[in-house]
Write a protein that binds this ligand. Structure first.
Ligand SMILES: C[S@@+](CC[C@H](N)C(=O)[O-])C[C@H]1O[C@@H](n2cnc3c(N)ncnc32)[C@H](O)[C@@H]1O
Length: 459
């Protein structure tokens, strides 16, 4: 059995009573690996037709599958086409159970590295606005990369404290996910190092932090909006205790019922302030289902909804417009020039939301980075390629995922094409089995590789 902190075990024994032996035994079972299909790019049915992996449905997640670790899906071209995210199965639950609809304004307040933000973004299907925030700059960079890989274009990645964000977004969002920093007790099996750094003061420390974060989140939620709070820990103070704090201090907040699954366990009122409404929370225990420990609570802010909608942004000048037109004539869908924003030669496609008043906020990205204006030309970006469907661009090089050139492209190599594959010169969208991987430029029958250095494979 894995080495687990004694004080953690004695508290769990007191919490679980006769279930404790089964809970302990679950640490002898291997962890499960999960793959979640990016429905922003492909339907589950279509993905299953082309998937080369051994997959088994995760029964409580409609687009989630257990995979066999030996299949190594992180090394397949489809991973680089952003067709899926690899995520521990329980960790898929909060974004899965959160009803997010196209057109809504959504905040993921503690979002890095993006396991849940990628799913929330996929649910928006290109309509609405996702703000994905993390307080850590290095983690926010990983978050940006994952959202780019997923092709989420209507998003903003910020690197702020919740208090600062709250100043900019009062009662702004329809949906807010707080996947809170926590003592991580649910991750001891998946990641034994978390157990090594745990001590009994951690739940108290995180409980205080979570109360601050939740308070700011509630202030950013529109009346009528919904808040989903989740952790990957078992400690009462960070779960039912935190929800008790919210119910006691924010009378406008109501607890809602989450879509059930037979393996879920109801929240326990005795682990909070004894309010029976706490039964609406969900606990995931590893001895009841094939996933690590988690906690979820869905809440609604009562009151009337106010609108906070769109205003136009700055427009490109004549020269830039000409260069952009030159490139975008190869797109099947015209761009909305009202949403183009140019900063220091960098061209962005802004989300359909009023972000004009956000001066002073620290963000890594606002909207989709389309590319750079160079002297006499426009160079498209990698995130732009990832946001496209193959049909969106006229000039295509489509390589089979079993063609060794697909992996060579991902390593940054120049490729030689047949004449039939290279009827046109210039910018081409390089795809694998119809899914964009990045850009290349054809000269004769040579494909110059434009896959960015920082994205390339090194094995
Ligand atoms: C549980 S992790 C989030 C995981 C992420 N939602 C996912 O699914 O990939 C919690 C995150 O909260 C961030 N964090 C820590 N303190 C914070 C604070 N005071 N405000 C906002 N975020 C914070 C951490 O940097 C960390 O990335």
């Amino acid at each position: 059995m894995k080495q687990l902190p004694e004080k953690f075990l004695s508290r769990m024994e007191a919490m679980l009573g006769e279930e404790f032996p089964a809970f302990l035994q679950s640490y002898d079972f291997p962890r499960k690996f999960g793959l979640r299909v990016n429905t922003n790019k492909i339907s589950v049915e279509e993905f299953l037709k082309i998937s080369p992996f051994h997959l088994e449905p995760i029964p409580w997640i409609d687009n989630g599958f257990f995979y066999d670790e030996n299949d190594r899906p992180s090394r397949h071209p489809y991973y680089f086409a952003g067709l899926y995210y690899l995520q521990e199965p329980s960790a898929m639950t909060p974004a899965n159970r959160f009803s997010v609809n196209p057109g809504e304004y959504v905040l993921d307040l503690c979002a890095a590295p993006g396991g849940k933000a990628t799913e929330l973004g996929a649910k928006l299907q290109g309509n609405g606005f996702l703000v994905a925030n993390d307080i850590s700059n290095s983690r926010a960079k990983a978050l940006l990369r994952n959202l780019e890989l997923f092709g989420i274009k209507n998003s903003m990645v910020t690197n702020e404290t919740p208090a600062k964000l709250a100043k900019y977004f009062p009662e702004f969002f329809d949906k807010i996910l707080v996947d809170a920093p926590c003592s991580g007790e649910g991750m001891f099996r998946k990641d034994p190092d978390v157990a090594k750094t745990w001590d009994e003061t951690r739940p108290e420390f995180f409980g205080k932090l979570q109360r601050e974060i939740a308070t700011q989140a509630i202030s950013m939620l529109k009346p009528g909006g919904e808040l989903l709070y989740s952790t990957c820990t078992f400690s009462p103070i960070e779960n039912e205790g935190l929800i008790s704090f919210i119910l006691e201090n924010f009378p406008e907040i109501e607890l809602l019922t989450l879509d059930d699954y037979e393996g879920f366990t109801k929240g326990c009122p005795d682990w909070g302030n004894k309010d029976t409404r706490l039964k609406k929370c969900i606990r995931i225990f590893p001895h009841h289902m094939e996933g690590e420990g988690h906690f979820l609570a869905l809440m609604k802010k009562n009151g009337c909804s106010v609108s906070s909608r769109i205003t136009p942004t700055t427009k490109p000048d004549k020269t830039s417009k000409k260069l952009l037109d030159e490139f975008f004539k190869n797109m099947s869908q015209p761009l909305d020039f009202n949403r183009i924003d140019i900063r220091n030669e960098n061209v962005y496609y802004l989300p359909e939301a009023d972000t004009a008043s956000l001066k002073g906020i620290k963000f890594l990205r606002n909207g989709l980075f389309l590319g750079e204006l160079k002297k006499n030309r426009f160079e498209p970006s990698q995130p732009f390629a990832m946001s496209l469907q193959m049909e969106d661009f006229h000039n295509i090089v489509n390589l089979s995922s079993s063609d060794e050139r697909a992996m060579r492209y991902l390593k940054g190599e120049t490729l030689i094409l047949s004449e039939a594959e290279a009827p046109q010169k210039g910018w081409h969208l390089v795809c694998t089995d119809g899914f964009p991987l990045g850009w290349g430029k054809i000269v004769g029958t040579t494909l110059k590789n434009k896959y960015p250095a920082g994205w390339r494979l090194h094995y």
